[in-house]
Design a protein around this ligand. Sequence first.
Ligand code: NDP
Length: 452
Amino acid sequence: MSVIDEVVEKVRSKDRDQPEFIQAVTEVMETLKPTVDKHPEFVKAKIYERIVEPDRMIIFRVPWEDDNHEVQVNRGFRVQFNNAIGPYKGGLRLHPSVNLSVIKFLGFEQIFKNSLTTLPMGGAKGGSEFDPKGKSDAEVMRFIYAFMRELYRYIGPDTDVPAGDIGVGGREIGYLFGYYKKIVNEHTGVLTGKGLEYGGSLIRPQATGYGVAYFAAEMLATRGKDFASKVVAISGSGNVAQFAVQKVTQLGGKVVTLSDSNGSIVDEEGINAEKLAFVMNLKNVKRGRIKEYVERYPNAKYIEGKSVWDIISDNGMKVDVALPCATQNEINEFHANKLVRNGVIAVVEGANMPSNLGAIKILQANNVLFGPAKAANAGGVAVSGLEMSQNSLRLSWTSEEVDQRLQQIMKSIHKASLEAAEAYGKPGDYLTGANIAGFIKVAKAMLAYGIV
Ligand code: NDP
């Protein structure tokens, strides 16, 4: 049995109740196999075994009072996975599906993603199974204050810098930062995704979605193609999806789908700037559901209970580029086969781990360009890193400056992924390339520290 197989086996046995974490470890470790022979020093120092074990996992009670004065109890998580190359960094997720397995998988992936950005950031993730949907602003605020009342002990601008993720947008970051500032009595860059008035960076809200589009454009260019006149399927309708729609449209693509956890819309005429403005207002201000899109644009269709990938598979719909931007495990083997049959050119992950392992294998075996999340959606954390730099400098850069740096970082991630894939005998395999490029830097830092 190889070193890698042993590590995966150990995780399967020790963390057998954590399917998402096992899935992420299996995917990453499989692709690290080519590094074993080239780096016996990593094997000797047991870097592979050490990297799958978080530095620490913090789990805490979050009691709060709802609008009816009833006490509610949720569970809070912060998994500080690895700080070999910089302070812990990673988002907070508020969604009923959150549990230790989900947070560990996200924290683990974050190590490699953050390393790829070229910025000095370690990997972490946190959140709660609290569901902000249907809660009043006051309830969200009370929950967040209760969450921060415990979390504040473990974070700090040089220790751990959380950000947003599913269910944590501008409103939530405002409450988190406001409460931290109140109890610690410091105005420091302890969170990213902050409002512009209190230390946020221009382009941070756009960064993940724009980054996905920039990365996809780089990938298409390797086949002499671009977004012009391409039909693009995007899932989700949150932060990442919205700005992916915006950038893809600016680059000449036609986006024809969006979704939320209740269902999906198909608009074959394309979601143009005006329609996107409607979606942004619907989701971010009115906090409505995507089905309301068809009330405003009756030529579009809403399909309840189906994901974008179900609809594409059921109807044989032809799309050139697929950008899953909702959540993990959206695209399975069935969807992947259908996408291939319908002639998809590229599948580029905006969400974290939206394609399962079987789906990735099918796409790659059929010569579809596959852009893995940790490379393709790294633009968000990259601009979070730039927000940290600006906070430290006590300066703010212009939109153009930040966007320029974002484009540069996405280009360099693309290049690093392709070069590592080539160097380790898997040319064109972005998944292997991104994992290896991210891993090597962290592994070398861990090696330098001795056994800690
Ligand atoms: P948002 O909360 O803004 O939006 C999430 C979207 O996905 C919503 O439309 C939501 O629908 C939908 N969704 C969430 N869970 C499910 C589910 N279980 N089934 C179907 N649809 C679901 O989150 P983001 O846009 O910020 O995040 C989307 C993805 O991108 C996540 O995987 C996140 O980890 C990843 N990501 C985000 C980054 C960021 O900067 N925001 C950075 C890097 C990755 P509904 O409204 O019904 O919940």
